[in-house]
Write a new protein. Sequence first.
Length: 320
Amino acid sequence: MSAQPPVPPHRCGGEFTLIEWIRRRVGSHPRLEVGIGDDAAVLCWPEPERMLVAVDMLVEGVHFDLQQATPEQVGRKALAVNLSDIAAMAGRPVAAVVSLALPRGQDEELGQRLHEGLVGLAEATDVALAGGDTTATDGPLVLSVTVIGAPLPGGPVLRSGARPGDRLLVTGCLGQSRHRHHLEFTPRLAEAGALLDSGGLHALIDISDGLAADLYHVLAESGVGARLRAEDIPLREPEPGREHSPDGRTALAHAISDGEDFELLAAVEPGAAAELIAAPPFATPLADIGEIVEGNSAELLMPDGRIVPLPPLGYEHQLD
Ligand code: ADP
Ligand code: MG
């Protein structure tokens, strides 16, 4: 009796049907000379020569919980967080590849639903899904997406360009994102382009760790400090039924220290910032929340006139 050929350990039963399903679902894209189905994708690369690359990995039980998020939402988010990073460089996304480790036994349907969410956002943002890798695992679901993009003309815009006197502008509203917003946010790609077009965009970051933490990334990279005005920080309205923060923190404390807002924080030359605020070039709210100053730390002007230090991470006790 001849021995069975060994089954490669990373192969799972439904892997090939899943990849076939993904291949049909994704279809063709004008920038993909060769897409899913060969050993590597062949991509028609647009000008310019420089390329942006971002990767983010989501692990079940660490970054998401399938009791609280649908597979479609998780798949969408895995791409969306990368698109937010590309936006934060003042870039446009071009293509993406996906790595998927599916818990054994539920690969087929779960894999399809993850990809349904991911491909839907890829289509909406004109990102070519160029390929990926799929494996079975005895561990938790892991989904890693890599996006490659191109800097917009005049980009990329780094964290390191903020200068004293720059205004600090923020898109959208901040805080309390962990119930729904973190699964539904729109990556601020168009807004980043419009901020760049203002001609005064010096530094840019997306708020993923929280306003204070991400502001400090800009301050550290730029060698500057900042002063924020509490009254001008745009607060997300709590969802119905969630008006009372379980830990008693104020909406301002949430806005400053919660993460996963995926809004843009920009340091903009004052003249260009004033024009942007007077006539925002997009429908997303845009707020001037303070300015870049000399130094290396941040402080917050409270509504009652007190000035309190703003540490990189939570300091909510000082706000309440
Ligand atoms: P190889 O053994 O050459 O790596 P694979 O069987 O891993 O080939 O993949 C076959 C094709 O399917 C490749 O084009 C790959 O990019 C694509 N692919 C595999 N998994 C995914 C996925 N989760 N999403 C999109 N494309 C995928
Ligand atoms: Mg492979």
